[in-house]
Design a protein around this ligand. Structure first.
Ligand SMILES: Nc1nc2c(c(=O)[nH]1)N[C@H]1C(S)=C(S)[C@@H](COP(=O)(O)O)O[C@H]1N2
Ligand SMILES: [Mo]
Length: 210
């Protein structure tokens, strides 16, 4: 299967949230330290894909119509690029990471999300899940990312596609996404069942749920 060159469609909407200012310390949430590295945090092993012909993204639950988007379908959608800071609950933060992908707000426009839906369960390859509210996702920095620093995301970091929710701890930015389940009410995902916070706001240090 031939994939279109994604660079073509990139709208140059590059910008930096948490505006740098003079002092990078102001961009680092409490209890975090800065790293220039990009650590890999995965529960389990990294999935590897030979090609994406049988890959799809399943949208189900409280939507007008259950749908499976092929890789090609997604490559035809609008994209943007953004530069954001990321914060892992294990205390590393990394500034100015640049991602390209499909803006969440544009992605869900076509889904006919039922008005009763309040949360999404994100489903990944190998069973990882995480819960995020629609209010949190409904922001211009949330995206279905497939390029990191202009290149396909490395397998360890989520190839072919990951969710990016930069304003929450990074466990909510699910790697190797395969489905979005629209739900009425909140229910814990993988780490949330194992003690992580349901919300995970790094500025409020919402690390653990107890
Ligand atoms: N599918 C999946 N997504 C995942 C994880 C995982 O184990 N599986 N780990 C999460 C956690 S705890 C973190 S901190 C980030 C790490 O992303 P990175 O490995 O690209 O740094 O991915 C999140 N997304
Ligand atoms: Mo994490």
């Amino acid at each position: 299967m031939r994939l279109e060159n994604p660079f073509k469609k990139v709208e140059r909407l590059k910008r930096v949230k948490n505006v740098p200012g003079e002092n990078p310390d102001d961009r680092v949430p409490p209890g975090q330290f800065l790293t220039d590295r990009f650590p890999v945090l995965t529960y389990g092993s990294t999935p590897h894909y030979q090609d994406l012909t049988s890959w799809d993204l399943h949208v189900f639950g409280l939507v007008a119509e259950e749908k499976r988007f092929s890789w090609q379908d997604l490559m035809e959608m609008a994209t943007n690029e953004q530069t954001v800071d990321i914060h892992c609950v294990t205390r590393w933060s990394k500034l100015d990471t640049t991602w390209t992908g499909i803006p969440w707000q544009q992605f869900i426009e076509q889904l006919g999300v039922h008005p009763d839906a309040t949360h999404v369960m994100v489903h990944c390859e190998q069973g990882y899940t995480t819960n995020v509210s629609l209010d949190v996702l409904d922001d211009d920095d949330t995206m279905l990312a497939y390029l990191y620093e202009g290149k396909p995301i490395e397998p360890d970091h989520g190839y072919p596609m990951r969710l990016l929710v930069p304003k929450k701890y990074f466990w909510k930015s699910a790697k190797w996404i395969r489905g979005f389940e629209f739900m009425r009410g909140d229910t814990p995902g993988f780490w949330e069942r194992h003690g992580y916070h349901m919300e995970g706001d790094p500025w409020l240090e919402e690390r653990f749920g107890w």
